[in-house]
Write a protein that binds this ligand. Structure first.
Ligand SMILES: [Zn+2]
Length: 248
């Protein structure tokens, strides 16, 4: 992981702004790892999320602060989570990035879904269609000698229940891709679970950081006549010391 300057981060956030959220988070990982564009988007979702959790921790520390609302009584909860608690043990089959299963008397070979698959499926409003598209993209081959039937044609022959089994098997093979928080309301003791998406969380944290950074540039540029590049070249602690003087 490379250490980017404040100016590099602002440029990276600007250049990724037109992308949809899941692909935007991937573009940040490409930038941090100085990888070819599209590298992080092709990672299985669990591997991508593990990288995003590590990036979140490197940039902002291990604590994540979240707000939740009890669906029964509306009580607002403030949650403090720790990044290491959200890291699942690495599964041998996840590192293989592919799984094979027997279904409807046939052998299916699938790869784990990545961010591009997720985004393609998110374009479809109907849940069944979205799942079918996701599975068709991930299906590599049906039967041992049937590589030619991979993709849509093979999928057409799968029943709805087989599709659901396939979907559940892919989820089970990549548990890091689905984080569910078990919550209990302190006011009414209602238990419920809520999904947590590190991509959205990190993008939100970076959006707040970039606003604070631009506020600092604005104040220091106005007070001292420095350019944006000159202000951003200062270390955060040096910037804070000048800001104390400006605001005193
Ligand atoms: Zn409640």
């Amino acid at each position: 992981m490379s250490t980017l300057s404040s100016a590099d981060w602002l440029d990276l956030l600007d250049s990724s702004r037109s992308l949809p959220p899941p692909l935007r988070a991937c573009a940040l990982l490409d930038g941090v790892w100085q990888a070819e564009p599209g590298w992080a988007a092709s990672l299985p979702l669990g591997q991508r999320d593990r990288q995003l959790l590590e990036l979140q921790q490197a940039l902002f520390g291990p604590q994540l602060e979240l707000l939740a609302e009890c669906p029964r009584c509306g009580e607002r909860l403030e949650l403090a989570l720790q990044v290491p608690d959200l890291m699942m043990p690495i599964q041998p089959q996840t590192s293989a990035e592919e799984l094979t299963l027997e279904l409807d008397g046939r052998t299916l070979r699938c790869r784990l879904p990545d961010s591009r698959d997720l985004w393609a499926a998110a374009q479809l409003a109907e849940e069944g269609q979205a799942r079918a598209l996701l599975m068709s993209r991930c299906l590599q081959a049906v039967d041992s000698r049937a590589e030619a039937r991979a993709g849509d044609d093979a999928l057409v022959a799968l029943s709805d229940s087989a599709l659901q089994t396939l979907s559940a098997a892919l989820s089970a093979a990549d548990p890091q891709a689905h984080t569910e928080l078990a919550l209990q309301c302190p006011a009414c003791q209602h238990d419920w679970s809520e999904g947590f998406d590190i991509a959205s969380y990190l993008l939100g944290a970076l959006a707040s950081w970039s606003e604070r950074c631009l506020d600092q540039v604005h104040l220091l540029a106005r007070a001292y006549g420095w350019s944006e590049a000159q202000v951003l070249a200062l270390s955060p602690s040096r910037r804070a010391r000048y800001l104390e003087r400006v605001l005193a």
